[in-house]
Design a protein around this ligand. Structure first.
Ligand SMILES: [Zn+2]
Length: 341
């Protein structure tokens, strides 16, 4: 117990690097203390909840409360402190932060960062030891920027669908969620930009999520497709496209998997000779290039026009979520557990 002031002081030093509102203290006792306490308690028939461990934790915590004015929250603390009374070490970890945003991007930027083709992630001279390709990516740009905001380099991204490296994604952009592990700061701006070699990745509609989403919402998206047909396209062909794909269902064969049934909400197209511009609204998860070519997808643009059509590029004009995210409600479950017998 003589060490509690010293450990509280060390804890104060360690937590200074973090922005937080609440914290909790856990204790590791030196070898044998717990056993000797148990012996003593049984020999003297001592009852009550207070143990060496809970008292030490309380004293360290109150030392921190006095100097920082932060609150103790055992159920869902921003910071978890582990004070080891055996070694004298204090370690701190913070609750992961979950952030939702939407990104838009120029052509020539891939969504995910890719492994270095030379070393396949091991780290070599070509990639500067990082193991990742030097080509620009949304992920790399966001990692750098969110790293600056949060003081953490450990992040896990979840994307609501994806597109090609050459696709542009226009505002309001494609939704994503990032889990930031052990952040030093928890605030991320609602909108920000991240420079990449070929322009700017911008994020908007940002908000902090209460916890990890358990399900992602289904979504649909509007895309502008530039395609080329093997034969000249007739006005009848364009009319047929529009009529055939008004709230139509298409089948997407996935080898080794059950086929997926996806909706096509609308298709409008214009043509000049063999060149086609198609505006389509599609269900998330329906691959645009296959919807055009007909490879594994039926009906397709090629099938309806009765000529081979190939997608050259497609841009993402809008992504619409159907419903919101669902979360596990950590705090509420805990309370329920406590009232349950
Ligand atoms: Zn490499």
């Amino acid at each position: 117990m003589d060490a509690t002031d010293e450990m509280a002081e060390r804890t104060r030093r360690e937590v200074r690097a973090y922005e937080f509102r609440t914290f909790a203290v856990g204790i590791t006792l030196p070898e044998g203390v717990q056993e000797r306490e148990d012996e003593l308690r049984s020999e003297l028939r001592l009852k009550g909840n207070e143990t060496v461990k809970t008292q030490a934790a309380r004293l360290v915590a109150s030392g921190v409360v006095r100097s920082t004015r932060k609150r103790v929250d055992k159920a869902r603390p921003d910071l978890s402190v582990l004070a080891d009374f055996g070694t004298g070490e204090v370690s701190v970890s913070s609750r992961p932060a979950f952030f939702y945003g939407r990104y838009s991007k120029p052509a020539g930027v891939s969504q995910r960062r890719l492994l270095c083709p030379e070393c396949r992630g091991g780290g070599c001279q070509k990639c500067g030891g990082t193991g990742f390709d030097r080509k620009p990516s949304v992920e790399e740009a966001l990692r750098r920027k969110i790293g600056e905001f949060t003081g953490s380099e450990r992040m896990i991204f979840t994307w609501l669908g994806s597109e090609d490296r050459e696709s542009r994604v226009f505002p309001p952009g494609r939704p994503f969620v990032v889990e930031v592990k052990s952040p030093k700061k928890r605030r991320i701006p609602t909108r920000f930009g991240a420079r990449v070699k070929r322009g700017l990745v911008s994020v908007s509609s940002g908000r902090t999520l209460p916890s990890k989403p358990v399900t992602l919402p289904p979504f649909r998206f509007l895309t502008r497709i530039k395609a080329r047909a093997a034969a000249n396209i007739t006005p009848e062909g364009l009319r047929e496209l529009r009529a055939r794909f008004r709230r139509a269902e298409v089948t997407f064969e996935r080898p080794g998997n059950r086929p997926a049934f996806k909706k096509v909400y609308s298709v409008a197209a214009s043509a000049k000779g063999k060149a086609l511009v198609i505006d389509a609204e599609l269900d998330g998860g329906l691959p645009v290039k296959r919807f055009v070519s007909g490879e594994l997808v039926s009906p397709s643009v090629s099938e309806v026009l009765k000529t081979e059509v190939g997608c050259r590029t497609f841009d993402i004009c809008r992504v619409k979520e159907k419903g919101g995210f669902r979360f596990t409600e950590v705090a509420r479950n805990k309370e329920k557990d406590q009232v349950a017998p």
